[in-house]
Design a protein around this ligand. Structure first.
Ligand code: SF4
Ligand code: MSK
Length: 624
């Protein structure tokens, strides 16, 4: 039976747009999910293989039919191989984003990308010094060029280590080295995953999964970390600032432009172009009072963190934003963009503009973006949106009222600054018991879970129990929509955490950025572990991805657990067709990397698992 809007989302703005979709006769991801039911059991369990053309093969989960693929691959092998391919795809997505960011940085250093500059000079110098690049007698651009080359070399390197892995605590580095999972080069690990999963190569589930951990590490401490750091140099390291979120940030009498996807390279320019006097004048001529840029997903998180640009919604709100009827242009780059937007934008006046040389979708206007002409392209995009304003049918417009204030911009540097320059006050609060530990809650929406229900309830439960939450990606947006990213949300926290937040003037949930910015969490965790002289796995900390859906989340899970953080997933990955693989992920990894996964869709029970873990770690450290 069809779910109601209330059953599909906890967010009132989304509920009202789901009702509008129904009235407008528009199909959304939730409808398409229902059309898919029942979903394929073989796919859910991970036991179908089409890695060669003797197949596809599938294993009978009840043990009555086929126990092996045609080549003899067992369920264990097939599940592990499929999982490794998911990790490879996720690591590739983050890391290819990083590559483009570094290529932009390189062009900037060579004077070939005039729209960009160096916004965080101190970070440029500190990143360069990590590579042993001296500053003496060199211009900023020369240093940037050397750094760009060093970073680009991380992708094609054949031998490790990847430089930023050195930021991890000594004990963790030793462990990775002993296990042979220290990543060598980013591209090398991804290519090796594809090689190993080709028919007739790696056929031992444990051996396959160890490569999964190594590839994950090449993402978290490689690709993702490089993306974060170099974007900070180019666009500025985020600092605390205020903004607003949810569909109510759209403005009825302004030209509304959505930036959606993951890369800030173009959206930075779009935010700037939206203030261009020439375009503002044109907007007035077309009958609008101004130009309003708002984000969705992580492109949105990037501009939110650095400029306070409002966010219209999470992953599952991308269609709902169009359904408001008030979007002149939906501008997308890469990742998490639903191809359904093509048909959908066709039902309204919205222009669907694809900008990445790598990503196109049905029904788009192509406005390919190249760094050399970044600002010109951004202006052209905004102009297209402005010229589309008179086509808006105001009778079809319904913008929900809901919008929520939030405080964002908590880079690791900003958090340390708020603490007075060292992690000591936070460590003191943890040692004293006011803060029980740290919860890292991240990840997507997934139609299998009521929109934002998992995110918001899990986080509320953690802060109520004095766990400081750090967040990125769509979890951060969901928390913002629920009013958890304002200092006043401290009232929802336990007494200890409440006192700490009030004294620092910070929310109990700290927005650390986009999906690649989970690397900021690794940096923060390392800073705390190094200060205490322990490993990350010794910290009273736990992670969760309550509504994850993307392959990137699988790669994130691999590197977060390999870095020593117990992680609870809200939806089960397709591994349950192999008891051996499932047991390894949920138990066995503990004895290998000192952390493992749990799967728990109920956010209250998930919070309990995290709290129990944090308590256990506190006891082991001799804390009450
Ligand atoms: Fe079947 Fe083996 Fe080919 Fe996979 S690799 S499709 S299990 S024969
Ligand atoms: S955007 S990867 S839906 S968090 Fe980074 Fe949200 Fe997940 Fe995309």
């Amino acid at each position: 039976m069809k779910q109601t809007a209330l059953e599909r989302s906890i967010d009132p703005a989304s509920q009202s747009m789901l009702e509008k979709a129904e009235n407008d006769g528009i199909e959304t991801a939730w409808d398409r999910y229902e059309q898919q039911l029942p979903q394929c059991g073989f796919g859910q369990l991970g036991i179908c293989c089409r890695n060669c053309n003797m197949g596809p093969c599938r294993i009978d989960p009840f043990g009555e039919g086929a126990k092996n693929g045609i080549c003899g691959a067992t369920a264990d092998i097939i599940v592990a191989r499929n999982l490794l391919r998911m990790i490879a795809a996720g690591a590739a997505a983050h890391s290819d984003h990083a590559r483009d960011a570094v290529l932009t940085f390189k062009k900037m250093s060579e004077g070939k990308a005039g729209s960009y500059g160096i916004k965080d000079e101190a970070k440029l110098f500190s990143l360069a010094s990590e590579y042993g690049i001296s500053e003496e007698g060199k211009s900023r651009e020369e240093i940037a060029s050397e750094l760009a080359n060093a970073l680009l070399a991380e992708f094609g390197k054949q031998e490790g280590p990847i430089q930023y892995t050195r930021r991890a605590p000594e004990a963790r580095l030793r462990l990775w080295s002993e296990l042979g999972i220290e990543p060598r080069g980013i591209d090398r690990e991804i290519v090796e995953c594809m090689h190993r999963t080709h028919m007739g190569v790696d056929n031992d589930a444990t051996h396959i999964l160890l490569q999964g951990l190594r590839t994950g590490l090449s993402d978290g401490w490689g690709g993702s970390m490089i993306a974060t750091e170099i974007q900070d140099v180019l666009f500025g390291t985020p600092e605390p600032k205020k903004s607003t979120v949810n569909l109510g940030v759209l403005v009825r009498d302004k030209v509304n432009v959505i930036v959606h996807g993951h890369e800030p390279i173009l959206s930075e320019m779009i935010v700037e172009a939206a203030e261009d006097p020439e375009l503002l004048k044109l907007a007035k001529e077309k009958g609008a009072t101004g130009i309003n840029v708002a984000g969705i997903c992580c492109t949105g998180n990037e501009t939110l963190m650095r400029h306070g640009t409002p966010i219209a919604g999470t992953f599952l709100q991308q269609e709902l934003a169009v359904i408001t009827g008030a979007i002149e242009a939906m501008v997308v780059d890469v990742q998490c963009v639903m191809p359904a937007l093509g048909n959908l934008t066709g039902c309204y006046h919205t222009k669907f503009i694809s900008t990445s040389p790598k990503a196109d979708f049905p029904g788009t206007v192509r406005m390919e973006f190249h760094e050399e002409k970044a600002y010109e392209t951004a202006k052209e995009i905004i102009k297209t949106a402005v010229e589309n304003f008179p086509n808006r049918n105001f009778e079809k417009v319904n913008i929900p009222e809901e919008k929520q204030d939030c405080m964002v911009g908590f880079s690791a540097e900003a958090i340390l600054k708020a603490l007075g320059g060292t992690p000591d006050p936070l460590i003191g609060a943890i040692a004293g018991g006011a803060v029980k530990g740290i919860g890292a809650v991240v990840g997507c929406n997934n139609v299998k879970i009521r929109h934002n229900y998992g995110h918001v309830n899990l986080v509320k439960e953690l802060i109520k129990n004095n766990v400081l939450v750090v967040t990125t990606g769509c979890n951060a947006i969901a928390c913002a929509e629920a009013g958890l990213l304002v200092p006043e949300a401290a009232a929802l926290a336990g007494d200890g955490l409440k006192g700490v937040c009030e004294s620092l003037g910070i929310p109990p949930v700290l927005h650390m950025g986009s999906c690649v910015d989970i690397s900021r969490i690794l940096v923060l965790a390392s800073a705390i572990a190094n200060r205490l002289g322990v490993d990350i796995s010794d910290l009273p900390a736990a992670g969760a991805a309550p509504e994850w859906m993307s392959e990137k989340a699988v790669s994130i899970g691999a590197y977060v657990v390999s870095s020593g953080v117990f992680t609870v997933l809200g939806t089960a990955p397709p591994v349950l067709g192999s008891q051996a693989v499932a047991a390894l992920l949920t138990k066995g990894l503990d004895g290998v990397v000192g952390a493992s996964f749990a799967v728990e869709p109920d956010p209250f029970k998930a919070a309990n698992l995290m709290l129990e873990h944090i308590e256990g770690k506190r006891r082991a450290l001799g804390l009450n």
